[in-house]
Write a protein that binds this ligand. Structure first.
Ligand code: FES
Length: 317
């Protein structure tokens, strides 16, 4: 019987970082894109926006003054974070300036760890410190020429100069310097053109999706949520906001109705009502019946939705 030989990493060690590279690159590109497509992200009036997250993080972060400064320019800072994540992610996936991209990944992850994840206890529950260290193999080893745009450009340059694909021991150092200079120039042109096009298109998209009015305006005359008699005292009812977001209606006392957007202020997972409060299934954030944070990594309370009772019906106020 033929024995299965598991010697793939020994024969092709340069491939071992590829899964990590694909995961980190894909995750950062996705995270940046999600921010640009989130209508709350650049909304300074939304508790889910980057401005509110920075203001909240500044209160507890060891780099609070820096975060406060960024909060004063939240739109620019928010766009820089989102584009930074996309640039790091795409460059990593493409194998273009991979070590530089990994350095960007480390710095972004550390900045998230020092701000939004700083109050997470125990520290290893937050993902950002793990991401910071996950980038270090790529920072040290780069892409090793595997599925690498930089490596392809270098090969093209060598081909154009009539050189063999790989440098020989006899090859002059000045020739290799020339190859690297030409490769760097081509890589820089591609990165520069992609950055200019991406930043322009992304900024227009993100700013266009920013709501024109305040959240209160958007729910000022909403529809009926539930009949008063349908919500028993001490219970809750899930409903959907006009914008499609999930929400919870609570009745803590006979004449008291409270409603909250179900979106967790940490990374946007839908929270569940686990009376007498809420719990997020993603990273364990907990909130009390007033939507205030009682535990976990959530940086801000749940968004409260104004409601009132009209003729036996609970409606959006
Ligand atoms: S999304 Fe992370 S705790 Fe809710």
């Amino acid at each position: 019987m033929t024995r299965l030989r598991l010697d793939f990493p020994r024969r092709s060690p340069v491939w071992v970082l590829l899964p990590l590279r694909v995961f980190l690159g894909g995750t950062f590109a996705y995270a940046g894109l999600s921010k640009l497509l989130d209508t709350h992200y650049l909304d300074d009036t939304s508790p889910l926006g980057v401005h509110a997250q920075m203001v909240n993080a500044a209160a507890t972060s060891p780099i609070g003054p820096l975060v406060s400064l960024a909060a004063d320019h939240a739109t620019v800072a928010g766009l820089a974070i989102a584009f930074g994540e996309i640039a790091v992610g795409l460059a990593t996936l493409l194998g273009l300036f991979t070590r530089l991209a990994a350095l960007g990944g480390v710095l972004l992850s550390l900045s998230f760890f020092l701000t939004v994840s700083w109050t997470t206890r125990p520290y290893y529950v937050g993902a950002d410190i793990v991401f910071a260290f996950a980038w270090t193999p790529l920072l040290i080893a780069g892409d090793a020429g595997v599925l690498s745009l930089s490596a392809r450009l270098r090969a093209k340059v060598r081909h154009g100069l009539g050189l063999p694909v790989h440098p020989t021991p006899e090859e002059d150092g000045t020739v290799q310097d020339d190859v690297e200079r030409r490769t760097l120039l081509r890589s820089g042109l591609i990165a520069g053109a992609a950055t200019a096009a991406g930043v322009t298109a992304g900024s227009v998209l993100a700013l266009a999706r920013r709501p024109a009015g305040s959240p209160a305006d958007s729910v000022s005359h909403g529809p009926v949520i539930a009949a008063v008699d349908d919500v028993a005292v001490g219970s809750s009812k899930s409903f959907t906001m006009p914008d499609g977001k999930p929400a919870h209606l609570l009745r803590p006392a006979p004449d008291t109705f409270l409603a909250f957007n179900a979106t967790c202020s940490h990374q946007g997972c839908p929270v569940s009502y686990v009376g007498p409060g809420f719990r997020c299934p993603c990273h364990g954030a907990t909130y009390d019946e007033n939507g205030q944070v009682t535990g976990g990594p959530a940086p801000a309370p749940l968004v409260k939705i104004p409601v009132k009772v009209v003729e036996g019906q609970v409606v959006l106020a």
